[in-house]
Design a protein around this ligand. Sequence first.
Ligand code: GLU
Length: 284
Amino acid sequence: MLVTRFAPSPTGHLHLGSVYSAQFAWRLAREAGGRFLVRMEDIDQTRCKPEYADSILDDLAWLGLDWDGEVRVQSEHFDDYSEAMAKLVRRDLVYPCFCTRAEIAADIEAAGGAPQGPDGPIYPGTCQYLGCQEIRRHIAADRDPAFRIDMTRAVALTGRLTFHDHGRGQIACQPLHCGDVVVDRKDGKASYHLAATVDDAIQAVTLVTRGEDLLPSTDIHRVLQTLLDLPEPEYWHHGLLLGPDGKRLAKRNKSVSVPDLRAAGHSPAEILAMAEALAPAART
Ligand code: GLU
């Protein structure tokens, strides 16, 4: 059975871009007689707000994008991510990283720049081979580490990986282009990559649909799936909605927020049509 999902981060209201994404997953599930799930990706409590989560669910229901079963709220499932993290630790595939953002930026500048990965410039590997003494020194100085995956070591174990994208066909993963991404954050909570990978498996998602801005993240997710013995879903990365200025629609663009469009008197059908109309080459 086809199982799709919509996984918003409640850092703002639903907007036409996220309506498009939700509708994309919802329609595929409904057309196939499958299941459409919703997951709140609210791990980053500094940016996520419960009122946005409530507003997103209210707008989805009002738009008629009804979901199956309970909404999975990531902040209620930290044990699942810790379990996955423990597996990576046991396999010696992660290392602590004490760098601050400023230190990483300075190291990258000193090295004359770094290529861009899905989470920003690729980590220069400063903490990759820290000795016990250095780790103790950081801990004594009350510095909390993030944990990064050692991608070179991970790829040596997984071998070459691919994924199937419905719009693009079979794609060869290039996880080394992503560098040693964070899997566990300084606040002790799972990163998006780890949490989303674990959740897609727990929710038995068979088709991951999301914007093509997340294509590089899929390389990381395939590595994590393989290391954690999780099933491989299919993928469909859709094009991103562009505003009249040709730029990507963003949450900060108030004119496309669903609560504002609702308040202005637009019906659900009108709002769904507006999202569709802004999507050139919609399904690829
Ligand atoms: N939470 C992510 C976002 O709002 C989506 C992640 C995903 O679909 O995998 O951009």
